[in-house]
Design a protein around this ligand. Structure first.
Ligand SMILES: [Zn+2]
Length: 208
């Protein structure tokens, strides 16, 4: 949460407990600053709930540590349940020829970060192994089986796009297979930077 969130939160706290918020202007500014730096990683909604739970259990004025302690417990619990994997189909940027490359690590980190901040629910083991007791298909894979499986679960096509997407872009720094981004605002572009096309042509020339 940011400074404005802290001011909003302290305003709400002052309605239920007049001992917390400082009345002196200078002290109040210092208090907002201190709370904002203590609660920088804590989402506003979580902090509000934590304050409510604090007053449900305690007669003491709430302190930032009461909120951060609950936040750390929540993160620890989420990360304990998170098994550290993700749905590969949601990450077409992962190169099948380099399945544990940078894109894989980035996807893993992004997934963990989303769980940490509460944006995503933890991905738990039961989700991955399915229901216990489910029969496992152990039939040998013959041609007919493979054809039926391919028809039922078609392989994801790589997203169509200009061929120069195969190389990284020296203009905006986008990695291979990622769209170019506007250099000012980092918005994805439908086209590509001319220097990316040059790199692509040069590589093709070198191979040919
Ligand atoms: Zn570019």
């Amino acid at each position: 949460m940011d400074t404005n969130d802290v001011i909003r939160l302290l305003g709400e706290i002052s309605l239920v407990d007049d001992r917390v918020v400082k009345t002196d202007k200078i002290e109040q500014r210092a208090q907002v600053h201190m709370w904002a730096s203590a609660l920088i990683d804590v989402p506003y909604e979580f902090a509000g709930e934590a304050v409510g739970r604090h007053y449900a259990e305690s007669a003491w004025p709430v302190m930032p540590k009461d909120i951060t302690a609950r936040w750390r417990d929540t993160i620890r619990d989420r990360m304990r349940r998170q098994v550290g994997t993700f749905e590969p189909a949601h990450h077409p940027e992962i190169d099948p020829d380099d399945p544990h490359g940078n894109a894989f690590v980035a996807a893993l980190r992004a997934g963990n970060r989303a769980v940490m901040t509460g944006a995503d629910a933890p991905r738990e083991l039961p989700e991955l192994v399915g229901r216990v007791g489910r029969t496992v298909d152990v039939a040998p894979a013959n041609e007919g089986y493979l054809a039926a499986k391919a028809a039922r679960y078609p392989k994801r096509e790589r997203p169509a796009g200009p061929p120069e997407l195969a190389v990284h872009c020296p203009a905006c720094g986008s990695a291979a297979n990622r769209p170019c981004q506007t250099t000012m605002r980092g918005r994805p572009m439908t086209g590509t930077h001319p220097s990316r096309r040059d790199v692509y042509e040069a590589q093709r020339g070198a191979v040919a």
